[in-house]
Design a protein around this ligand. Structure first.
Ligand SMILES: O=C(O)c1ccccc1N[C@@H]1O[C@H](COP(=O)(O)O)[C@@H](O)[C@H]1O
Length: 225
């Protein structure tokens, strides 16, 4: 089964094109002032226009107030709003109802107990994204390039569809997909040369790794016949 691939924290037309050319299903843009990937609304709207239907566009924000939700919805018009803060299920439902835009809710996972929150967003958020907890001292709730214990995901109801995020890169995505069975994967730091600087070579390396995994899966299926 082909999984969704979200390349997040894009901020230049060149790196956006690289992600789209390699077949990203989702491209993400960060609106969070403390992030090295932060984009103001106008340049973000410009990048979103360039996508022109080739992938789903996602704006990532953290506990946005109603005024910011309104600006993101009306001035950028993304396909999806990713809420990466402490938004409750009620807030997710309210953002969705107010904008008519899909909502992806990010949840932080570090231990078994963190999985309990996942079910409370089921049927409320359009997509669920499972990310690592922020490391001590980090000002960012995501985009820290840190992964969590993927074996925890075996404890999740298998009916729950999620996007796996946190510390993925070309070197570890194969192992992640052997352990977890996400509907999609999300990468940001793993395709950067420095915080906030997307690297076209690393974007290609990430998709090359996914191509290798797909080829390996196909050859295993063929030899099982
Ligand atoms: O990337 C950021 O700076 C960021 C800021 C605030 C909220 C979320 C953010 N990023 C999200 O975190 C995932 C995982 O990032 P990484 O691959 O571990 O670096 C990223 O894709 C964004 O969805």
């Amino acid at each position: 089964m082909k999984i969704d691939v979200k390349i997040c924290g894009l901020s230049t037309p060149e790196t956006l094109e690289a992600a789209l050319t390699r077949g990203a299903s989702h491209v993400g843009f960060i609106h969070f002032a403390k992030s090295p990937r932060h984009l103001e609304i106008a340049p973000m709207a410009d990048l979103v226009r360039r996508v022109d239907g080739r992938a789903e566009t996602v704006i990532v924000s953290v506990d946005p107030d109603d005024a910011l939700v309104d600006r993101m919805a009306n001035e950028v018009r993304p396909d999806c709003l990713q809420l990466h803060g402490r938004e409750t299920p009620e807030r997710v439902a309210a953002v969705r109802a107010a904008t008519g835009i899909k909502v992806m809710k990010a949840l932080s996972i570090a231990e078994r107990a963190d999985l309990d929150a996942v079910a409370t967003y089921r049927g409320v958020a359009d997509r669920l994204l499972l990310d690592s907890k922020r490391p001590k001292g980090s000002q960012l709730p995501g985009g820290n390039g840190v992964s969590f214990d993927w074996t925890l995901l075996a404890l999740l109801d298998p009916e729950i569809s999620y996007i796996l995020s946190g510390g993925l890169d070309a070197a570890n995505v194969g192992e992640a997909l052997r352990i977890a069975h996400p509907a999609g994967i999300d990468v940001s730091s793993g395709v950067e040369s420095a915080p906030g600087i997307k690297d076209i070579t690393r974007i290609h390396a990430f998709f090359d790794a996914l191509d290798d995994i797909a080829a390996d899966t196909d050859s295993r299926k063929a030899s099982a016949l």
